[in-house]
Design a protein around this ligand. Structure first.
Ligand code: GLA
Length: 379
């Protein structure tokens, strides 16, 4: 029995029926374009959230976490609707709601994805519960269906207007590869991502910064893209080219123009990055990563001091490429570096932070890992 299974038994007085898990992610390239029907190239990290689940036949949903041992959140299954109670439990309630579960369940989760670091701990939580419920209730939903359901949980239940990248990669990733995801139809391709055999390492830098702009700023960027699409009468930024954007520049505001320019150029960079990766051309990949950061910083304006300082220090110490990842306004950055320079790069970022009196950053590395899975409890 695992620690999670015994803890479940101790907490709820019976054994878990289903055990499941789902990873967090970093995104190599393709930022803020999932909600514009773009392509993205994330990979799943090794850190994941684990869930143990069983039916309880009393019509209650009980949720607990190994990280907050004293609390069991309890709600009647009939009372689950957007706006009902809960803190982090909302991510779990949202999944129950979007999957249409109407029987009571007991859930215990154990989260190992650093939260607030922009590594999608929320998607890991949602997806671990979703694959578990899919098995427990024999819903037979595909991974694409589960991605849509978990995104719906976050959009309509939690109230965060996120795209579909984080949930998709948490569900669909393959070990050793980045996932090229077409956010329009959720088709995927695995792109082998093996930096180690080229003497490289992908360093993840958690800036430990969380700026207040996170939610409003994200929604505002998304709204700009939707507004440009509406003015141009096209479904999304996917249908725009730089040529058309330039020609019709006078029809939109300057802010809308630069937001759209980010989307159009970033979609192109993802395609170029896949070509570079397939050719093991890490120099070109590094350049594309840098261009992505500049576009996010200057056109999309979702970077912040902590992210820029980390990126600049990494580049000044010889990184092939570095950029912010995720929604921005804090969270993490990545740097593609020579493996033997890892300590030098870390030191240089640490000292750049210290010089500006910023809270010390945290560092991670991770191999590309497998997506979510669930199994019936054998014990
Ligand atoms: C957050 C969202 C994703 C995506 C990224 C930016 O992680 O949850 O859907 O939009 O920001 O690429």
């Amino acid at each position: 029995m695992t620690i999670l299974e015994s803890a479940f038994h101790e907490l709820y007085g019976r054994k878990a029926e289903v055990l499941s898990e789902a990873p967090g992610r970093v995104n190599l390239i393709g930022e803020h374009i999932d909600y514009s029907e773009g392509f993205v190239l994330p990979f799943a990290i090794a850190d994941r959230t684990y869930a143990a689940i069983a039916r309880n036949n009393v019509g209650l949903v009980r949720i607990a976490s190994q990280q907050r041992k004293k609390r069991i959140f309890t709600i009647d299954i009939k009372d689950i609707h957007p706006g009902s109670a809960g803190e982090w439990e909302k991510y779990v309630l949202g999944v129950l709601w979007s999957l249409g579960i109407n029987e009571g369940v007991d859930i215990l989760v154990d989260g190992h994805v650093p939260s607030g670091a922009g590594l999608s701990s929320s998607a890991a939580l949602e997806c671990s519960v979703a694959v578990g419920l899919n098995l427990l209730f024999e819903l037979n939903l595909s991974l694409a269906d589960l991605a849509r359901a978990t995104q719906k949980a976050e959009n309509d239940y939690v109230g965060m207007p996120c795209g579909i990248m984080d949930q998709s990669v948490s569900l669909m990733a393959h070990e050793g590869s980045a996932l090229l995801l077409d956010c329009r139809d959720l088709t995927t391709e695995s792109v082998p991502f093996d930096v180690a055999s080229h003497g490289l390492e992908l360093l993840i830098i958690d800036t430990q910064a969380h700026h207040a702009l996170v939610d409003g700023g994200y929604a505002e960027r998304r709204a700009s893209c939707e507004s440009v699409a509406a003015k141009f009468a096209i479904p999304s930024m996917r249908h725009l080219t730089m040529e058309v954007l330039e020609q019709r520049r006078h029809e939109i505001s300057e802010t809308e123009f630069i937001r759209a320019r980010h989307a159009v150029t970033e979609i192109k960079r993802v395609g170029d990055a896949v070509i570079a990766l397939r050719a093991s051309d890490f120099v070109t990949l590094g350049k594309l990563i840098n261009q992505s950061h500049i576009s996010l910083r200057d056109d999309y304006t979702v970077s912040c001091l902590e992210l820029d300082v980390a990126v600049d220090a990494a580049l000044a110490t010889g990184a092939l490429g570095a950029r912010m990842v995720g929604g921005g306004f804090g969270g993490s950055a990545i740097a593609l570096i020579k493996a033997d320079q890892i300590e030098t790069v870390k030191e240089s970022i640490k000292s750049a932070y210290a010089q500006r009196n910023l809270k010390a950053p945290r560092f991670f590395t991770s191999l590309p890992s497998a997506g979510a899975k669930a199994s019936l409890n054998p014990h």
